[in-house]
Design a binder for this molecule. Structure first.
Ligand code: NAP
Length: 252
């Protein structure tokens, strides 16, 4: 299973760091051509170099999901480079904290424009190429926060993550006739390099909230994405997979 990604072209927005880099690693190890897209090209290149040293075929591209034209341009560039776009992992996202009482319009808009509108931009830019693929796949990185749970300081983030799922269901319907599936993964607390500086106490507190008593790894998310992108998952569309070590299960 999962050898169907060999030679397919996979775009990962936000593939330069964190969960996106984990997704990139998993796809690269399964023989895909991986295009990582982020605003900072240097960071994206450094990640691509690291993954290529692990035996991957990863190329870095610069793009901003907030900017529709930027996403169209990068999708064109990636299709020119690899000859196809088979899978889009719409993963780029930001999660700044702001209390509801003091949140500014600008803070709200930046989060919505990146996480929700950015997903729309990425998907729309790839549709012409996904339609030409043998079987197109879109996998969105949402979150348990918003669709299932709440978290103080993240009203805008939670709204954006729930918005991604509303978008996903309609996109799945519109694209089903072209054999393109659109699904989402909902990570719980995942350990990324962005958390490294927060200290052991904070990380232990995060892990304690999870019945499995550990944070997820970025590759844990990558494997769920890989499944949804596989040929074998071709009859699954408009669905979500929660990857959280049981985090949402306790009643209190
Ligand atoms: P991260 O480590 O901060 O990485 C974010 C990635 O997105 C970077 O590659 C960043 O690169 C890119 N990015 C940010 N804004 C962008 C933009 N406007 N255009 C293009 N790329 C952009 O974040 P993460 O923790 O891996 O989170 C990734 C996704 O997982 C997000 O959608 C997040 O909501 C979701 N998630 C994370 C967790 C968790 O525990 N970490 C849990 C649930 C869901 P540049 O800054 O160079 O653009």
């Amino acid at each position: 299973m999962f050898n169907t990604l060999k030679g397919k072209t996979v775009i990962i927005t936000g593939g330069s760091k964190g969960i996106g880099k984990g997704i990139a690693r998993v796809f690269a190890k399964h023989g895909a051509n991986v295009a990582v897209v982020a605003r900072n090209l240097e960071t994206a290149k450094a990640s691509a170099d690291e993954l290529n040293r692990e035996n991957g075929k990863v190329v870095a591209f610069t793009g901003d999901v907030q900017d529709r034209e930027s996403m169209k341009a990068v999708a064109f560039e990636i299709n020119e480079k690899f000859g196809s776009i088979d899978v889009l992992c719409a993963n780029a996202g930001i999660f700044p904290s702001a209390s509801l009482e003091h949140m500014t319009n600008e803070e709200w808009d930046t989060v919505m424009n990146t996480n929700a509108k950015g997903t729309f931009h990425a998907v729309q830019a790839c549709i012409p190429y996904l339609k030409q693929a043998e079987y197109g796949r879109v996998v969105i990185t949402s979150s348990i926060t918003g669709p299932v749970t709440g978290y103080p300081g993240w009203a805008h983030y939670a709204a954006s993550k729930a918005a991604q799922l509303g978008f996903m269901r309609t996109a799945a319907l519109e694209l089903a006739g072209d054999q393109i599936t659109v699904n989402a993964v909902l990570p719980g607390n995942v350990f990324t390099e962005g958390l490294e500086g927060l200290g052991d106490d904070y990380l232990e507190e995060m892990a304690a909230a999870i019945p499995m008593k550990k944070l997820g790894s970025v590759e844990d998310i990558g494997f769920a994405v890989l499944f949804l992108a596989s040929k074998e998952a071709g009859f699954i569309t408009g669905q979500t997979i929660i990857v959280d070590g049981g985090q949402i299960l306790p009643e209190n």
